[in-house]
Design a protein around this ligand. Sequence first.
Ligand code: 5GP
Length: 333
Amino acid sequence: KQFLKGLPKVELHAHLNGSLGVDSLRDLAERLYGSAPEKLLELCFIRCEKDLDACFETFKFVHELTATAEGLRYATELAVRDFAQDNVQYVELRTTPKANAHYSRRDYLEIVIEAIIEARKKYPDILVKLLPSINRAEPVDVAEETVSLAVELAQSYPHLILGIDLSGNPAKGRFSDFAPIISKAREMGLKLVIHCAEIKNPSEVQEMLEFGMSRCGHGSFLTQKEIELLKQRNIPIECCLTSNVKSGTVSSLEEHHLKRIMEANAPKVICTDDSGVFDTTLTQEFLLATETFGLTRRQCVDLTLEAVHHSFATDQERKKMAERVENYAASLQ
Ligand code: 5GP
């Protein structure tokens, strides 16, 4: 575990509002309310409910804590702090811009951007990027606004905003309705990460694979043929073990598709998804993968290098990250 904790890890699938650990949620609630309402904090965690719909309900409680500019700003800083404390050297945070009485979707993104820039001063060892998310359960015109904001802000912050994520409850909304908007984002130079095959929906998976993406989120219901196709196209599958088991899309760790992906020698990355609400860390996810599938230290290092390779960082940033990983591995030999 010490080895995995010290490894300079790379996190490519992390939702901002799902990434606040228990201490951070408490710090946030104390800052906002003066004390932490225990009942609310309890509601922010998913036990092992094995119910994906119930998981989406849980996010509403975290969203209560980030519904003001102050809450959102501090939550962003805390999420960066939590990843930095776990020795994550690079994180691509994704988040769905929201609008309420306190902020517009534009304000939301600007608050998060400013908070990331500030947090990096406090935690200089972690590089942070941002992927605005489209929530497929929301109307298509919201997605349109998100994409146009992302395209515009990416011009002002080209090293920070790198792509668009499609997430939200996979049982809601239709991919085909969002495809033209996401396509526009791609034409404007943004990368695409898409939650795909999170539940069983073969026709949608086919549409998504035909459409294309830079990385595939979850992929739990991909067939072996589809995994082969992703391999041919060098598209990695973002594997989130605890999230998939706790939300019930995968029946147990032993049954996790990471095993099939490794056997096929297809590209993959290990990620947390929502380290807060699922109560995990990237170190813990590597530990689970190691215990369940017998990974060696070298395989953990190689998985981290694979994540470096599939990140949207610049060549120079990736070179530096890979050096940090190799230096760490060499220092322990
Ligand atoms: P936020 O976008 O508010 O920062 O992060 C929480 C949101 O991310 C959730 O409300 C949901 O839309 C999305 N999300 C978090 N985890 C998952 C997941 O495992 N699957 C999908 N499809 N969406 C998720």
